[in-house]
Design a protein around this ligand. Structure first.
Ligand code: AHR
Length: 336
């Protein structure tokens, strides 16, 4: 079981922390980054965060590989970084398991690995991980739904989920968290199929759902905003209305700019943030290692839960009261 060791005010600090060069001298620090792919707005922001921090002017030589959601290509990328003998390797693991062999190879080569965003669940041969608590995101979405449905007098919830890439820790955590709440309150989980975190995937799954479950559902949970964009197109085409006061309560994760615009427009009822701006914290880990100290093993990004005032309700996660953030133009402007 993962232990929370450090919580940083990531959203603020991501903008406040200067992207300082780690190199005290003229030494260039080489970093290999095996990125998941380019499937979502979130991913674009994550890539940009790393490219901004690990830039030439900040004293880095960044080798960036977009692995296009291909697990084998991601392991190959890591091995190519070992071949290049880079100073540090960053991995955002496409799926949570199957990592021990290649991490052992990194260890044998003496190259510290920093894992970002998603977790590796079957090996601890990495120096540090910086990312999100996906289970908490799922619990938040579930407990919000309970409080909101109660406030609206809705006592029967028939739920369709469009999940993220199967086997990724983002999918596992969000499904586990939300389904735990659903089970607790006896909700009807009609179906859960993957949209692979893409808009096209979300649209395709929702098109099928609209046919198979016509008139039978009143909640759609999309495990990221891009899937929600696709799901909205499919519901528009099928004549299903969504958003506050309509046929379907639409829940999403990520809270990217376009997602929050859809909250503001009354399309998405609540959006649960996943914060992609981890790179400044990864740089802190590298500086700690470079100074000969041991970094924190786990660094959690701070995340917010977003809605319009009429959808802001009081709820708790395991007895801990949660704050929700109202979506305003300023909030949208400041988002990634
Ligand atoms: O791992 C983070 C998830 O992956 C984000 O929710 C999603 O948008 C991305 O593709």
């Amino acid at each position: 079981m993962r232990k929370l060791t450090t919580v940083l005010v990531a959203a603020m600090a991501a903008t406040l922390l200067p992207a300082m060069a780690v190199a005290a001298s003229d030494d260039v620090i080489s970093v290999g980054f095996a990125q998941v792919g380019h499937e979502s707005d979130w991913r674009t922001a994550s890539t940009k965060s790393c490219q901004d921090v690990f830039s030439t002017e900040n004293g880095y030589d960044l080798s960036f590989v977009d692995c296009d959601n291909d697990e084998a290509a991601q392991k190959e990328a890591v091995r190519s970084f070992i071949e290049q003998d880079v100073d540090y390797i960053i991995i955002d693991p496409i799926i949570a398991t199957g990592w021990d062999t290649v991490l052992t190879e990194c260890e044998d080569a003496g190259i510290p690995v920093i894992v970002i965003d998603r977790t590796i669940d079957d090996s601890d041969k990495y120096a540090a991980w910086v990312g999100s608590n996906f289970m908490t995101e799922g619990l938040a979405a579930g407990e919000w739904l309970k409080a909101y449905a109660d406030a609206q007098g809705i006592d029967e919830l028939n739920i369709l989920t469009i999940s993220g890439s199967t086997g990724s820790s983002a999918q596992i955590g969000r499904s586990d968290g939300f389904n735990e709440v659903a089970e607790k309150y006896g909700w009807n989980l009609l179906d859960e199929q993957t949209g692979d975190f893409t808009e096209a995937g979300g649209q395709e799954v929702m098109e099928n759902y609209c046919k198979s479950y016509e008139g039978q559902f009143n909640v759609v949970v999309c495990q990221n905003d891009n899937e929600a964009f696709g799901a909205m197109t499919a519901m528009d085409n099928a004549g299903v209305t969504y958003g506050p006061g309509n046929d379907v309560i639409l829940i999403s994760y990520d809270a990217c700019t376009a997602g929050l615009e859809d909250v503001k427009a009354g399309k998405i009822s609540a959006d649960f943030e996943c914060n992609p701006l981890a790179a400044p914290f990864v740089e802190e880990v590298i500086k700690t290692i470079a100074s000969g100290e041991e970094p924190e093993k786990e660094v959690y990004m701070v995340e917010h839960w977003y809605a319009l005032p009429d959808q802001i309700v009081d709820f708790e996660i395991n007895g801990e009261p949660q704050e929700m953030t109202e979506v305003t133009d300023e909030v949208i402007e400041a988002q990634y």
